[in-house]
Design a binder for this molecule. Sequence first.
Ligand SMILES: *Cc1c(COP(=O)(O)O)cnc(C)c1O
Length: 422
Amino acid sequence: MNRAMTTPLSLEHVWLPYTQMQHCPAPLHVVGAEGVQLQLADGRTLIDGVSSWWTACHGYGHPHIRNTVAKQLDILPHVMFAGLGHDAAYTLAARLASITPAGLNRVFFSDSGSTSVEVAMKMAVQYWRNQGEPARNRFISFQHGYHGDTMGAMSLADPEDWVHKAFNHYGPAQICSPIPRSEKDWADFKALLEQHAYESAAVIIEPLVQGAGGFRLHSPETLATLRSLTNEAGLLFIADEVATGFGRTGSMFACDEACITPDIMCLGKALTGGTMTLAATLATDEIFDAFLSDNISDAFMHGPTYMANPLACAAANASLDLFEQEPRLEQVAAISAQLSKELEPCRNLTNVVDVRVKGAIGVVELESCDWQTLQTLRAAFVEHGCWIRPFDRVVYLAPPFVITPDELSQLTRAIQHVLSSS
Ligand SMILES: *Cc1c(COP(=O)(O)O)cnc(C)c1O
């Protein structure tokens, strides 16, 4: 069948994410994707500047992932993970334990970034309950943080964040702190830890880069200090690396750059190289051991139906092969340098308040951007052959690591053109 002839069907029965359906422009109809290119039904192609929500780190259709998943499909597409096991999951767990910060030896698989955070929260709460401290069931999280859209994960987000405002009256109330920047902030944070330690299970952070809350950066030193203060206060430290994991910030994991091991780490997004939904929550032996006893009620009570799906685990194993066989971190370093150079001129545009780059993430922050302008910007990028999807006040790039310098320049040029004419 001629792909270009496929006509988009009606949206009549579909409910789209984060979308006011009353004024919703029809989504672009995608019929295929290869490398960094999205192929549309009308024959156009777009360079994907955001890796499908930061997942497609090897680009689309990488033959190694495709072949590995195809083989797994023949062997075993799925089997339940309670009482039954399989190579794909055991191999992946061992590999994740070996490449993540030393000490994270146990891997709990689940389906999405949000559930990996739910699992981390449940682990932390039950860890304290198993130690005889059931009152420790709140979390300290950070302003502009984002940890997913499910109820527990949402409770950790900044309560001022528009994405979750509709639910502030529902769900557990957590403790939200700014990420400390000044002396006073640090003193406040220490006081907050002291005040709430008795009722708190853990501190949770997106290390180095807060993603969906506006791509705000903090230094490895800040991260390391937060980790050690949390430790001194006797709380657990959870690193939500769902967005930062697998090279995005320049090191394999953001925690590596600060030389820290969190007690619990969440992984998702790029785990399968952007091909299938899978997430993992990793824990240290100390956490794991707190669930060992002669009593079933001390066991960790969680188990998604599609836990450790073999196809997804095979895709993740293939993705890790590519990190070993292809120069991904070097590619990230090159992308980083190019983004810094080519986005810098945007700083001089009116309405631009900041330009920042971290690893393979480039951000141009606008002073203001209303909903209408967002739609206009998104459409203008498509006119330039680019899939760039600004949100809130940020125009950002998080391209596949396999993007060529020419393709990356097309993206940065589009940003310059569109922002200077808007
Ligand atoms: C995207 C994201 C999540 C949620 O992942 P989903 O797969 O969308 O559920 C959680 N935490 C962070 C830091 C994220 O960026």
